[in-house]
Design a protein around this ligand. Structure first.
Ligand SMILES: NC(=O)c1ccc[n+]([C@@H]2O[C@H](COP(=O)([O-])OP(=O)(O)OC[C@H]3O[C@@H](n4cnc5c(N)ncnc54)[C@H](O)[C@@H]3O)[C@@H](O)[C@H]2O)c1
Length: 375
């Protein structure tokens, strides 16, 4: 019999695709998810897309009794349940830390104190824990890891990072796992907690554990009406409502967009390869793309005629560039991203066209401005 897997947050975007892949490979799957209204709507109904061949537990990660029951007879844990909005985490601090850091603490506390059969754990970490990515100064000829840009610089709308030694503009280079961490939001701090708590627990109790630093995952099923996370989904929701995507800074900030099928493939390798044990891996495409370019390609594919709206504003804690160095996961686990960006985006657009989305992006942006978190 194939092992039994518990996927917390398994009704969400990444989790539901992971569940499909696990079922296809013969694993027996139990999903633990509270169907958070911000992601699943006020009705909090089990999403249509969720695989039917699973056991479903509707409960909050902080309900210790329910979680204890759900961990019974489980061999493998994928911990994905989390509150996932970066900006929102800066004014709903108690909720974010309670669900993310507190939720992980409850899960690990159960495993530390009660008999269990867990043989492997994989935790969803995030590229957000890096803060700014890695950079190179071609004049000083060295790799540098800058902190956040100063407010004075951002107020002057000088968006690019400069070398602290020679003041020339730095070039973004792929970010390796050993870059010093510099989380710039409560969300990112809680993801670092996830990673460190799980790896520490795994080493202490001899349970092989892996942390995956997902970059910007895109694909079908990402909640379109959730304005707090997922840039491709947020732009899609704007366009579906005939509104231009709203873009902070000048649009030339870049990210690493990785298709959800590739993120799932990496997650399965982390599960099935022993070489992954006790390791941390970047999960990205290894390529950078400007946010404005994403908006333009999406607009084009969705047949939207208007230009994106460049806000020339900035959000507290935002970084300029970060994209993954994927040589570690490539060499140790044999991971190669397979979905080309154009192809992945066409698939996303096909799905988006069949959806309805409530556009709450303007409200969320105004909320940030009102709280002094964007200007
Ligand atoms: N999507 C990305 O680009 C990305 C990037 C980096 C890291 N991650 C991480 O991957 C994981 C999955 O992200 P996603 O994009 O699928 O998000 P998602 O919001 O689609 O899924 C998260 C799921 O967790 C559930 N959940 C939230 N709070 C819960 C609670 N208190 N108790 C139980 N369940 C709860 C939600 O109902 C949802 O189904 C998260 O841990 C996230 O931090 C995602």
């Amino acid at each position: 019999m194939k092992p039994r897997v518990l996927v917390t947050g398994g009704a969400g975007f990444v989790g539901s695709h992971l569940v499909d892949a696990l079922i296809e490979r013969g694993y027996r799957v139990r999903v633990f998810d509270n169907l958070e209204p911000q992601v699943h709507g006020r009705g909090r109904r089990v999403p249509e897309y969720l695989n039917k061949n699973i056991e479903f537990v509707k409960a909050d990660i902080r309900e210790k009794k329910r979680l204890r029951e759900a961990l019974k007879n489980i061999d493998i844990v994928f911990h994905l349940a989390a509150a996932v909005g970066v900006g929102q985490s800066m004014y709903e601090i108690e909720r974010y830390m309670s669900i993310n850091t507190g939720g992980a603490a409850i899960l690990l506390d159960i495993l530390a104190n009660e008999r269990n059969d867990i043989k492997k754990m994989i935790v969803a970490s995030s590229m957000s824990i890096y803060g700014e990515g890695a950079y190179y100064c071609k004049y000083c000829k060295k790799e540098v890891y800058p902190g956040l840009r100063s407010k004075a610089q951002l107020d002057r709308h000088r968006w690019e990072l400069k070398c602290s030694a020679c003041s020339n503009i730095l070039e973004a280079i792929p970010t390796r796992e050993d870059k010093p961490l510099f989380p710039t939001s409560m969300y990112a701090i809680s993801k670092r907690d996830h990673e460190e708590m799980f790896i520490n627990f795994g080493i202490t109790y001899n349970i092989p554990t892996v942390a995956l630093r997902y970059f910007n995952i895109y694909g079908p099923r990402q909640a379109l009406s959730n304005p707090y996370t997922g840039v491709a989904a947020i732009f899609s929701a704007r366009i579906l409502n005939n509104n231009s995507p709203l873009i902070f800074e000048d649009g030339f900030q870049s990210r690493d967009f990785v298709h959800v099928d590739d993120a799932v493939r990496a997650s399965l390798l982390a599960l099935e390869k022993e070489e992954a044990n006790y390791q941390i891996f970047n999960v990205g495409s290894g390529k950078k793309l400007a946010v404005l370019e994403l908006a333009n390609i999406l607009g084009g594919k969705l047949g939207f005629d208007n230009e994106p709206e460049i806000l020339n504003k900035f959000r507290e804690g935002d970084i300029r560039h970060c994209f993954a160095d994927i040589s570690k996961i490539r060499s140790r686990l044999g991971f190669t991203p397979k979905v080309e960006f154009e192809e992945g985006l066409s698939e996303l657009v096909k799905w988006v066209k069949k959806q309805r989305a409530v556009d709450r992006v303007k409200i969320a942006t105004d909320e940030l401005i009102a709280k002094g978190l964007a200007r």
